[in-house]
Design a protein around this ligand. Structure first.
Ligand code: SF4
Length: 159
């Protein structure tokens, strides 16, 4: 499937070619033309955007998009195929990240976790919940010998 993802951030119009990974910063008219590019002819898009942009601008943006498509930088093919053995495999769990302390005793101003509680209620994971999580990991780990458990927070040593 040929896919793009477009969004606006800090005043920039950003377009990502999902399969190829190319990232473009585009002007307003190109950003709008992309709303219709896949399904409509350029004549129709000119009409649809008549109240926003001149015909010349829309046609110019359309041609630029076509150029990017030809270069494989937009709407590129998805060349990745799942192997049947991967699709049909028995899923296993190999790692857990346990948020054992939804709290922190340091309260750094720059904290990514809003001082440990992520802006919610500060809580510690009960021991029973942690034990059940580990039982679940082992029960669903198939034949794996090495498993991983991360203790996360906040400050995990509070618990
Ligand atoms: S979780 Fe880390 S960054 Fe946040 S307040 Fe605690 S020590 Fe500071």
């Amino acid at each position: 499937m040929k896919l793009i993802h477009k969004y606006n951030m800090n005043g920039y119009n950003i377009v990502v070619d999902v399969n190829g990974g190319a990232v473009h910063v585009v002007d307003d008219v190109t950003y709008r033309v992309l709303d219709y590019y896949e399904d409509k002819k350029v004549e129709d898009i000119v009409g649809l955007l008549a109240g926003e942009f001149s015909e010349d601008k829309v046609r110019e943006a359309y041609e630029e998009i076509e150029g990017l498509v030809e270069e494989g930088l937009l709407y590129s093919e998805d060349e990745y195929e799942f192997h049947p053995s991967f699709v049909n495999r028995q899923p296993v769990v190999k790692a857990l990240c346990l948020n054992v302390a939804h709290d922190c005793n340091l309260k750094c101003k720059y904290c990514f976790a809003k001082q440990g509680d992520f802006g919610g209620k500060a809580e510690l994971m009960p021991l029973e919940v942690g034990k059940k999580a580990i039982d679940y990991l082992i029960a669903n780990s198939g034949s794996r010998k090495n498993l991983e458990i991360d203790f996360f927070g906040g400050e995990p040593l509070m618990n």
